[in-house]
Design a protein around this ligand. Sequence first.
Ligand code: SAM
Ligand code: SF4
Length: 331
Amino acid sequence: MTKQLIDTFGRIHDNLRVSVTDRCNIRCFYCMPETDVKFQPREQLLTFEEIERFVSIAARLGVRKVRVTGGEPLLRKNLSTLIRKLAAIEGIEDLALTTNGVLLAQQAAELYDAGLRRINVHLDTLDRERFRQITRRDDFDRVMEGIETCRRLGYGPIKINVVAVKNLIEPDIVPLARFGRERDIEIRYIEFMPLDAQGLWERGRVLLADDMIAMLEREIGALEEIPDRDPRAPASEYRFVDGIGRVGFIASVSRPFCLNCNRLRITADGQLRYCLFAVEETDIRALIRRQASDEEIAEAVAGSVRAKWLGHEINTARFVAPPRPMYSIGG
Ligand code: SAM
Ligand code: SF4
């Protein structure tokens, strides 16, 4: 079996995002429609055993980091059972979870016991009313409680994901950074990407990293880029010069990081994608369910990596949004 997943541009792929469901308990407008969402039937989702097998094969191909995501991963029944399985796979050095936090207070202890330590909680605002406007649900208090529970249990690092939509979340940029500084939580601002189910995205609605940096420096204080960070990490990371707190920017639109990309994704229904914006997929579920050997599955993964393009073309007229929205890919 190949020992590393290297594409035709020399990029080594050691980072895998595993989506465990396309369902969600809230309805962020930049991700999901408000009503009539079509979810995949249960039998089309990979089982925990199938996910475990796929991740073990990926680990033998050099994958070292796994992030569990969705949809909302905490909606997948008995998620801690999967976390325990993934944490035990030889070669996986780094296991993380991305969640909207609504069910976190209930599940954080169980997930911690199963071996989870790194967690990203998605929270765009500290204002309850704006939270309701963005998510079309009234779960702000539950998310806050989830974050506090993780701090109490000793999770680390805890990060907060903020989707940066222009003419909407400007009032939240600085309060969130202050919130993070007071709690040793890194705030990651993610430029709004064209992956929403309703096709609302337009360039003019992206709040750009440079504008957010200017706001933070004006209101809080100077930022400096953190040296010696992993050059393949998607976020540009900064710390406040006064030594208190850090922030990150995932600037897919204004600072595309495709040249350093090391990521693969598998959707909840078992489709392997070499890019968030890919239009083609490799059907791993079909291989698993027709009893393909580990070697055949490994070859399919290597083939997907070999087919990987240089990068998305959000900034060109050629850009075509992928047929699946964010909740169905696994952000
Ligand atoms: N439900 C979980 C959550 O919200 O964190 C995990 C899945 S969600 C699709 C993963 C991340 O995608 C979220 O943390 C959110 O920050 C990000 N996201 C969703 N839609 C986005 C969009 N249109 N542009 C940029 N980021 C987006
Ligand atoms: Fe759900 Fe996450 Fe999409 Fe929001 S971003 S609708 S929490 S999957």
